[in-house]
Design a protein around this ligand. Structure first.
Ligand code: SF4
Length: 364
């Protein structure tokens, strides 16, 4: 593994990933009437747009079931999108078949939530890390393969002589480092990190997040960092997108979002993050969200958040707020914030050029 920043392909654009109006709908049930198709669809992802620059981390946050992991899997083409476009380093990969995706897989990697479940317990760490190198025919002889594995272990802060051990001989944090080493083996430019620290003790989470930060600085990686907790993404993200029921409801540079969250859902997520000072924690006012997340099969009309929103207005029940670009990299989908575009223009607004402010967000 080279210690130098991952060299971009000659002519590769700074924009590593661009997702436009992505939809992933899953069919549910089957009609008893022949040729009628499924009874319904779960709209797991329903019109998500964002972009990711080289060397940048975009945090993707929201409750379980909001569609953030599905977004990550579809962006990697590990799930078939129902609609929208996915561009990786400027290339439209939305409809590439398996064979066409294969050479791109080297540069698109994923780190999973469960460091216990994603490592084969019967394989030595050496073989776990070497596997992608062998599959892609990266090393010409055994000695080179062993050197690469040793270098990768060192890169993630483990000792090369740990290579002969098995996953059960490691702690949770060390297993996640092994998962990261495996993802780094092919020298990717983009890693999608799907809740990579959620299964770890709080004391270990910071260490593993620091590993991601250090590797990004050394290797120039881009991360889509998925988490359900705003506290986790704070340290690592340059920008943060908040998802609710299949859509991005707010996206902003990290400091702006933490200083002044605009969407009531973001405010509620923020309120759930504990404050270290017990006096401040006891005195602060919390924005509380009541009720359960509605079914993604039948999203509420109007604003999808309105049944749970403490600030809902009559208009929220009928008009779907578009994701509006407020300038300075901020966009929010809420009727509390400036003039909304008619819902009918939402799709165009998410993908086309931005009209003058306040304007619907281009791919944020
Ligand atoms: Fe709440 Fe209305 Fe804003 Fe939706 S549009 S978040 S219901 S205030």
């Amino acid at each position: 593994m080279s210690e130098n920043p991952t060299p971009a392909r000659p002519g590769a654009p700074d924009e590593v990933l661009r997702v436009e109006d992505l939809k992933v709908h899953f069919p549910v049930g089957q009609s008893i009437v022949p040729f009628r198709g499924p009874l319904a669809h779960v709209r797991a992802v329903d019109g998500v747009s964002f972009s990711l620059q080289r060397g940048e981390t975009l945090g993707l946050v929201g409750e379980s079931g909001c569609g953030k992991s599905t977004t990550g899997l579809a962006a990697l083409r590990m799930l078939e999108p129902t609609g929208g476009r996915i561009l990786f380093e400027g290339q439209d990969i939305t409809h590439l078949n398996k064979a066409a995706m294969r050479p791109l897989r080297r540069r698109l990697q994923m780190v999973y939530q469960d460091p216990y479940g994603c490592l084969n317990p019967r394989m030595a760490v050496r073989d776990i890390i070497a596997e992608p190198l062998e599959v892609h025919g990266i090393c010409s002889h055994r000695g080179e393969l062993q050197d690469r594995v040793a270098a990768l272990l060192k890169t993630v802060g483990l000792l090369p002589d740990m290579a002969d051990r098995f996953p059960h001989e490691f702690s949770g944090g060390q297993r996640q480092r092994i998962g990261i080493a495996r993802a780094l083996a092919l020298e990717p430019s983009l890693i999608i990190c799907d809740e990579p620290v959620s299964a770890l003790d709080v004391s270990i989470q910071a260490q593993v997040v620091n590993v991601f930060v250090e590797l990004q600085q050394r290797l120039g990686l881009s991360y889509l960092f998925i988490a359900h907790d705003l506290a986790v993404v704070r340290h690592i993200s340059n920008r943060i997108a908040v998802m609710y029921l299949g859509r991005i409801v707010e996206i902003a540079p990290r400091d702006a979002l933490y200083k002044a969250p605009l969407h009531p859902y973001t405010q509620a997520l923020m309120a759930a993050v504990p404050v270290a000072d017990p006096v401040v924690e006891a005195q602060r006012q919390r924005a509380v969200v009541v009720g359960e997340v509605p079914s993604a099969m039948r999203p509420p009309p109007g604003c999808r958040f309105h049944p749970r929103c403490p600030q809902a207005m009559p208009v929220c029940k009928t008009q779907d707020p578009a994701l509006l670009d407020l300038g300075s990299g901020r966009a929010v989908a809420c009727h509390l914030h400036p003039v909304q575009m008619p819902a009918s223009t939402r799709k165009d607004a998410a993908t086309a050029g931005a009209p003058s402010a306040p304007r619907a967000a281009t791919t944020p």
